[in-house]
Design a protein around this ligand. Structure first.
Ligand SMILES: *[C@@H]1O[C@H](CO)[C@@H](O)[C@H](O)[C@H]1NC(C)=O
Ligand SMILES: *[C@@H]1O[C@H](CO)[C@@H](O)[C@H](O)[C@H]1NC(C)=O
Ligand SMILES: *[C@@H]1O[C@H](CO)[C@@H](O)[C@H](O)[C@H]1NC(C)=O
Ligand SMILES: *[C@@H]1O[C@H](CO)[C@@H](O)[C@H](O)[C@H]1NC(C)=O
Ligand SMILES: *[C@@H]1O[C@H](CO)[C@@H](O)[C@H](O)[C@H]1NC(C)=O
Ligand SMILES: *[C@@H]1O[C@H](CO)[C@@H](O)[C@H](O)[C@H]1NC(C)=O
Ligand SMILES: *[C@@H]1O[C@H](CO)[C@@H](O)[C@H](O)[C@H]1NC(C)=O
Ligand SMILES: *[C@@H]1O[C@H](CO)[C@@H](O)[C@H](O)[C@H]1NC(C)=O
Ligand SMILES: *[C@@H]1O[C@H](CO)[C@@H](O)[C@H](O)[C@H]1NC(C)=O
Ligand SMILES: *[C@@H]1O[C@H](CO)[C@@H](O)[C@H](O)[C@H]1NC(C)=O
Length: 812
């Protein structure tokens, strides 16, 4: 096949501020806290990590050293976990060989149709034998090994490169599909809902693993909904499971321990749908550290971008050496009809598997049914908080609530169904533990008026139906947005993949929602999050690797990004900050023509330019030649990244240096095609690249001159060798009006679900909650992301935070 075309989103960002108003907690001086001491690369040859670490600790904590040391990292990099006071932390931080010392905090978790929707049909060409040697590492909540998705019937023994292990037990065994499984719990004790093994009690890890690499399972559905063939991106690949997340979150110490093992175990790609919310320095973030050492060892790390959108600057996992994946819709949408006794009918959004057989039930307004003996009145019970409703009034009814909530309150009071009216986004459907439909405020007013209009109001809720969403794909409201909070001139996210209402395998140890009272145990479930889009990208990256086993992580990432399909700036008002290079296209990514490659040395140059010291970079790379000098002091604009970004306040001119490697036709000539809006001038020099061989590299310079108004400008650069130009019609241009309606090449259409502004984040006012439901946000700096235990509030992270369920979910 001849050459290909390339797309490089480009934006100029004007006076952007991204303040994240969450501060870290600090320990009092005599408090011991768990710290991670990161020491960079693993020393060459044999070394006794624990004796080194203990001797370091002895200098600081004396005889308490071995008791203080909780874990040594030694297989893939160097470092340890220890209990230290603030004073001791400072001493360790100043010791030779230490790159960084930072507290171990908790991070949070963030099919069928989805692969077809990506144009990645069951019939795509595959290198099955190579694919079968690919090992996909899932760092998640573990796995349900008996799921049909992990059937190993047609698999031979693990590839010979595999050096990992299976921590098997009476309750857990691996097979030739799941070739390895480990679990990490630095805190020791596990909650009573957790399995003390790699077994998944939550469903999340089973779901992500089957999305990335599950086998083909026909007739998979959630109780008849979304029926189809469930399959992963690389059904022939092997899975290595690293359980780092438990019912109370995912600790940094465990995340880093899993990276330490996975790299040494010989995996090919690492998938991690986990993140924090506070943007951290690259070497104080366990995921960025782990991904750096993965990259150094030829392993791409695929990360979820986070579920804190749609506000700007909310992205997590933004290191340039990893892939950051946003979440977008597929063309299947779930609607749930509410029918009233007066024959009024309203379509809401939810995943409702309950069938009420069209039977009409008494309809009650939550605000008219407070449990007064428990001290509630209508101003609270209207939100249907757990415990706030009077069960004698609500039992056996359909209850109307003024809040998108998880349904626990209505179910607990004996309701048959619940209608939730709220003003949030309607671009994602959630499951609830009882028959539920989520309707708009305007439809909600009609329902309320009907209740007032009659002495005996009645209603029923129908089972959900699947409709075709013609606006798809667009980046869903909850998907975290750029710009990159630490290095604003590296565009993040990198690309987007399906992450809304995805069907995949589930754990039989939980239920559809995980909420008390839900009795639906299912082998396949439908959930949403960047947690779900990340394993799609992981599967696609593994698929690319099966065609190009020698490609570097950066080359694979470049192939995925330059072949992604740009989305409409009309349905995606944040444009590249929402979707990066665009919607992933796994088949095209196997044949990108040219790649923007980068290796450790390129990232070192970049880090030098970011102000990291020679001393630390030598430790990180384990290479004494990694010194920062005036010559290798790379600016961010010269990192060989497959997208461009520039933040500036006024007029600006800037050069970007790039080098492309020919991986297409040996002899080919590519011409640059630039699309730029008024105010943005883009020059490419040279604008014609003539290649004579595979592997040949040619450098070019992109010069950008911009006169900035007060909005983001974006354009594109396509390298086209004349055979075909798949991206031409997609040039995304946004002139600086702020209305974001300036897209060309697409018919403007207004996406209703995107127009409701900030309401997704509208929190429940904490003061309205009963005292025992309140807690200080200070003690919980992280928002809950896509935890399947909280299906309702998954749409509304602040609400979960304030209700405190994230914090106190696990038993001790
Ligand atoms: C083993 O699994 C069974 C059910 O699958 C569960 O009841 C039991 O608690 C598990 N045991 C351990 C030690 O996890
Ligand atoms: C799938 O379900 C359909 C309809 O229920 C049935 O006709 C078909 O045989 C099933 N296929 C398999 C492989 O179970
Ligand atoms: C609702 O529709 C049914 C069937 O069409 C009809 O029998 C019934 O009278 C209608 N009820 C009202 C309140 O209009
Ligand atoms: C009201 O709440 C109290 C305390 O939670 C509970 O014991 C009681 O059963 C509730 N009453 C009704 C009618 O729901
Ligand atoms: C609802 O009523 C049924 C019987 O009519 C009873 O069994 C059940 O316990 C009641 N539920 C609640 C939550 O009060
Ligand atoms: C229903 O009646 C209540 C109390 O009379 C009133 O506050 C409310 O505004 C009415 N709702 C509608 C939608 O008419
Ligand atoms: C790097 O230099 C340090 C001190 O200058 C030395 O201790 C260390 O052995 C050197 N490492 C390598 C791999 O040469
Ligand atoms: C490299 O550049 C950065 C920022 O531009 C600067 O902080 C640093 O001192 C420079 N280092 C060297 C060795 O020139
Ligand atoms: C933009 O202006 C703000 C405030 O004057 C300043 O802090 C920031 O560094 C400027 N950004 C750039 C990219 O020049
Ligand atoms: C959470 O648990 C802590 C300690 O177990 C307790 O002090 C606190 O009140 C609980 N918070 C909530 C919201 O239940």
């Amino acid at each position: 096949m001849a050459g290909q075309a390339f797309l490089l989103p480009l934006f100029l960002l004007i006076s952007l501020t991204c303040a994240l108003l969450i501060s870290c907690t600090t320990a009092s001086d005599d408090d011991q806290k768990v710290y991670i001491v990161y020491m960079g690369d693993r020393p060459k040859g044999d070394f006794s990590a624990s004796s080194l670490h203990i001797s370091m600790l002895q200098e600081v904590v004396g005889s308490r050293a071995s008791e203080s040391l909780l874990h040594s990292y030694q297989r893939s990099f160097n470092g340890f976990v220890a209990k230290l006071t603030e004073e001791e932390r400072k001493k360790i931080a100043s010791m030779e060989g230490v790159v960084s010392v930072f507290p171990s905090t908790k991070k949070q978790l963030h099919t069928t149709r989805s692969w077809d929707f990506m144009g990645f049909l069951q019939s795509v060409g595959r290198k099955t034998a190579v694919e079968s040697d690919i090992i996909v590492a899932m760092l998640d909540t573990g796995i349900w090994p008996e799921s049909d998705s992990f059937d190993d019937s047609n698999f031979g023994p693990p590839p010979s490169k595999w050096k990992g292990t299976c921590q098997s037990s009476a309750n857990f065994t691996c097979n030739n599909k799941i070739i390895g499984a480990r679990y990490y719990r630095s805190e020791g004790k596990v909650g009573k809902e957790d399995f003390d093994s790699p077994r998944d009690s939550e469903g999340h890890g089973t779901h992500t693993a089957s999305t990335a690499a599950g086998g083909l399972v026909s007739n998979a559905s959630l109780l008849g909904l979304a029926m189809g063939t469930a399959r992963g991106g690389v059904p022939s690949a092997r899975l290595a499971v690293y359980k780092i997340c438990w019912s109370d979150g995912c600790s940094d110490a465990d995340i880093l321990a899993a990276f330490d093992d996975a790299i040494a175990d010989g995996v090919d790609i690492i998938s991690l749908s986990v993140g924090g919310v506070i943007p951290l320095d690259y070497f104080e973030d366990t995921i960025a550290i782990g991904a750096f050492h993965s990259m150094k060892n030829g392993i791409l790390t695929s990360n979820s971008a986070g579920n804190s959108g749609p506000s700007p600057g909310t992205i997590s996992n933004f290191s340039p050496w990893s892939l950051s994946v946003a979440a977008s819709t597929i063309d299947r949408k779930f609607e749930t009809a509410v029918v009233l006794g007066n024959n009024g009918s309203y379509q809401g959004i939810s995943i409702n598997t309950f069938d009420l057989n069209n039977e009409m039930y008494p309809l009650v307004y939550g605000g008219a049914a407070p449990n007064t003996t428990a001290g509630y009145d209508g101003s609270t019970s209207r939100y249907c908080y757990p415990g706030s409703l009077d069960s004698t009034l609500v039992n056996g009814t359909v209850v109307l609530c003024d809040l998108l909530n998880d349904g626990e309150g209505a179910l607990g009071a004996g309701a048959i169904g619940t209608i939730m009216r709220d003003s949030g986004f309607e671009d994602v459907a959630f499951s609830f533990p009882l028959s539920t439909s989520y309707i708009t405020l305007s439809d909600g007013s009609s329902v309320a008026a009907y209740i007032n209009s009659t002495g005996k109001p009645t209603a029923t809720i129908l089972k959900s139906t699947e409709i075709v969403d013609k606006l798809a794909p667009f980046v869903v409201s909850f998907s975290s947005r750029g710009p990159n909070p630490i290095t604003s001139d590296i565009l993040k996210p990198d690309l987007t993949a399906p992450g809304v209402d995805i069907v995949a395998a589930w754990s039989l140890a939980t239920t559809v929602t995980g909420i008390e009272g839900d009795t639906r145990v299912v082998p396949y479930n439908i959930i949403s999050g960047t947690s779900m889009s990340c394993p799609h990208a992981t599967g696609a990256a593994a698929y690319v690797k099966s065609f190009h086993p020698t490609w570097s992580p950066a080359a694979i990432k470049s192939a995925l990004m330059t072949t992604a399909t740009p989305l409409s700036a009309v349905t995606n008002s944040d444009a590249e900050f929402a979707y990066g290079s665009g919607h992933i296209n796994p088949v095209k990514a196997t044949n990108p023509g040219l790649v923007y490659d980068a290796g450790e040395a390129d990232y070192v140059n970049f880090l030098c330019g970011q102000g990291y010291t020679t001393q630390n970079l030598k430790l990180v790379t384990g290479d004494n030649s990694s010194t920062c000098t005036a010559t290798n002091n790379g600016t961010v604009w010269d990192l060989n990244y497959p997208s461009f970004a520039l933040s500036a306040n006024t007029s600006v001119t800037r050069d970007f240096h790039r080098t492309v490697t020919n991986v297409g036709s040996p002899v080919s000539t590519y011409k640059a095609t630039v699309v730029a809006p008024p105010g943005l001038n883009i020059q490419v020099e040279p604008s014609v690249l003539s290649f004579k061989s595979i592997g040949q590299k040619i450098s070019f310079v992109v010069t950008i001159a911009a006169t900035l108004s007060n909005d983001m400008l974006s354009g594109s650069l396509v390298w086209d060798d004349g055979v075909y130009q798949p991206f031409k019609r997609y040039g995304t241009i946004r002139a600086g009006t702020g209305s974001n309606k300036g897209g060309i090449g697409e018919t403007p259409s207004v996406d209703k679900s995107k127009s409701s502004g900030e309401t997704l984040r509208k929190p429940v006012d904490v003061d309205m909650l009963p005292k025992d439901k309140q807690y200080s946000t200070k003690s919980q700096p992280y928002l809950l992301e896509a935890q399947q235990k909280q299906p309702g509030p998954r749409a509304s992270w602040n609400q979960v935070l304030k209700e405190g369920r994230a914090a106190n979910h696990s038993a001790n």
